[in-house]
Design a protein around this ligand. Structure first.
Ligand SMILES: Cc1ncc(COP(=O)(O)O)c(C=O)c1O
Ligand SMILES: *[C@@H]1O[C@H](CO)[C@@H](O)[C@H](O)[C@H]1NC(C)=O
Ligand SMILES: *[C@@H]1O[C@H](CO)[C@@H](O)[C@H](O)[C@H]1NC(C)=O
Ligand SMILES: *[C@@H]1O[C@H](CO)[C@@H](O)[C@H](O)[C@H]1NC(C)=O
Ligand SMILES: *[C@@H]1O[C@H](CO)[C@@H](O)[C@H](O)[C@H]1NC(C)=O
Length: 491
């Protein structure tokens, strides 16, 4: 895999780490069966309703470190966040929430532009919309779930991303998973997606009427071109008839890598071979580009060259939900046919209002320069943190200007070590392991926000330095030291 430029020393210890964990798990299971009884809890004569309890990975690997995820919070997800302490008296079989909380610097939420707790006039708009409309519409889009706020949000989103029209969904995930099947409904459609595809795409493709999927190497546009060319030459499997349409799906920023798509090349390829291009801007809308208009803005690509622009309000806008922006014809078709729209409850109006007001701030339509300041602050702070982490010796894989910053941990035991120690130091981070990324490539993700300042970052770096040293995750330092030592030894 692309991001496992893993040195052999780290590779060996990572495998060894898994081997020990699995072996210990097996031994514990053996003695459990011997002295306590079956680990299978299903009554005789019944098939298990769910298998998860019986899964060795869940019981013996995940449960040991499960306290690193699902941590409840008791504050807004702003620059700082209050994380509630939990305890377990049965080795994490059950975990109880206590009233104690830890005030942490928040490097975990997708609050890229800091709209989770500012500016005041956005929050006021939202409160006003709750007064007028209530917390939710209790209705689907086609019944009585559609409001003037939704219409304004759709119009403003389309204008913002540079497309003719757009529709908004109540869930970003469902935006992908219910739109993709409508674009590729039959077996003579081919979807070519990046190898590191998001689950929502996978779910979307599974519910098509048999559309085929191939993947290209992560962000490798030469490989994409090769795959497109090969697919066109070979046509459909068995019959070799030509494909009816080919849709290329990429993401603006890959959320587990912090890498920005090479959109210019993707557009060249799409034009050259007559394919459609679907860009998922979940993490890039609002967070990239001089005007915050996402990856087209950032890469200098005209939005007219991208057929479908998908994004979510969950991240930069501090709300929830997603949108699809495209030509009028496409949007009209989706409006009539999308399950996510027709059968799902509509986006709650206060959330729509939050997204709408945030959009107005970003574009400057609110008459302030808060949006501009936020965009500058996000870019500046992201790059400052990335450079700081690199200087400390962490192995950072993310691209410059990305607000998602990933550093590698590799070894699975380093996930809980890093996560728990960071929490103790008052920093909330997300650690990522299989299945969200490759088994050997466990990592930690930092999400920067415009609400953070350089002082916050300096504070974080000081603490992460300690965490990194203690967990042995400053691989760049470690490796250069190893090379040095070997050199000394040989000479
Ligand atoms: C690339 C990508 N697409 C879609 C989604 C789903 O968005 P939501 O969280 O709004 O459902 C995510 C969320 O993590 C994502 O990372
Ligand atoms: C369980 O969770 C706690 C924190 O809630 C953690 O300290 C502990 O190490 C975890 N693992 C086990 C096996 O108890
Ligand atoms: C699909 O949507 C989700 C959330 O809206 C996003 O995180 C994900 O990246 C998208 N994936 C693709 C491949 O479009
Ligand atoms: C997602 O990626 C995996 C491998 O990286 C591939 O096997 C799978 O077919 C892909 N699915 C979609 C829907 O792109
Ligand atoms: C972000 O910062 C970098 C350097 O720090 C700069 O080159 C770039 O133009 C900035 N981007 C935006 C959109 O401000």
């Amino acid at each position: 895999m692309t991001h496992c430029d893993i040195s052999s020393w780290v590779l060996i210890t990572t495998y060894l780490n898994y081997a020990v964990l699995i072996l210990l798990g097996q031994i514990r299971d053996f003695f459990h069966e011997l002295f306590i009884g079956s680990i299978h809890q299903t009554p005789k004569g019944f098939a298990p309703l769910v298998h998860s309890y019986e899964d060795l990975y869940t019981r013996r690997l995940y449960r040991r470190i499960c306290d690193c995820w699902n941590r409840p919070i008791s504050s807004r997800p702003g620059a700082y966040i209050d994380v509630m302490k939990r305890v377990s008296n049965d080795y994490n079989k059950t975990i109880q929430i206590t009233d104690d909380r830890i005030h942490c610097l928040n490097l975990a939420s997708y609050n890229y532009l800091g709209f989770a707790d500012s500016p005041k006039h956005v929050l006021d708009d939202v409160l006003k919309s709750i007064d007028q409309y209530g917390p939710a519409s209790a209705s689907a889009y086609g019944d009585f779930g559609y409001s003037k706020i939704h219409k304004e949000l759709e119009d403003m989103t389309a204008k913002f991303v540079g497309k003719e029209d757009s529709i908004v969904f109540s869930m970003g995930f469902a935006t992908n998973s219910t739109t993709i099947p409508l674009l590729a409904p039959t077996p003579d459609c081919l979807i070519i997606s990046d190898q590191l595809n998001h689950t929502s795409i996978v779910a979307g493709v599974r519910s098509t009427g048999g559309a085929k999927v191939t993947v290209f190497k992560h962000n490798d546009m030469d490989h994409l071109e090769k795959i497109v060319r090969k697919s066109i030459i070979e046509g459909q499997p068995v019959t070799h008839r030509p494909w009816k349409k080919i849709i290329i799906i990429v993401e603006g920023i890959y959320s587990m890598e912090g890498e920005i798509v090479n959109l210019k090349r993707a557009v060249e390829i799409k034009k050259k071979y007559g394919c459609y291009l679907y860009v998922d801007e979940a993490h890039s809308i609002g967070a990239l580009g001089k005007n915050g208009r996402g990856v087209c803005d950032y890469c200098g690509v005209s939005p007219a060259d991208v057929d479908i622009l998908m994004g979510t309000f969950t991240k930069s806008f501090g709300s929830v939900g997603g949108y699809i922006a495209a030509d009028k014809e496409v949007i009209t078709y989706l409006r009539k046919n999308s399950y996510g729209l027709v059968y799902g409850s509509s986006l709650p109006i206060p959330c729509a209002q939050q997204a709408l007001s945030a959009l107005k701030v970003i574009t400057g339509d609110d008459g302030t320069d808060i949006g501009k300041t936020k965009l500058f602050q996000l870019n500046d702070t992201s790059n400052y943190l990335r450079e700081g982490l690199k200087k400390l010796g962490f192995e950072v894989i993310s691209d410059v200007d990305s607000p998602v910053i990933i550093t590698m941990l590799y070894n699975p035991a380093k996930m809980p070590a890093f996560s728990r120690m960071s929490l103790e130091q008052g920093i909330a981070v997300v650690v990522v392991g299989a299945p969200a990324c490759d088994t050997l490539c466990s990592r930690v993700r930092f999400c920067v926000s415009a609400a953070h300042t350089r002082e916050d970052v300096d504070k974080a770096l000081k603490k992460l330095d300690v965490v990194g040293t203690w967990t042995g995750t400053k691989y760049k330092v470690f490796e250069s030291q190893l090379v040095n030592d070997l050199y000394q030894l040989v000479m």
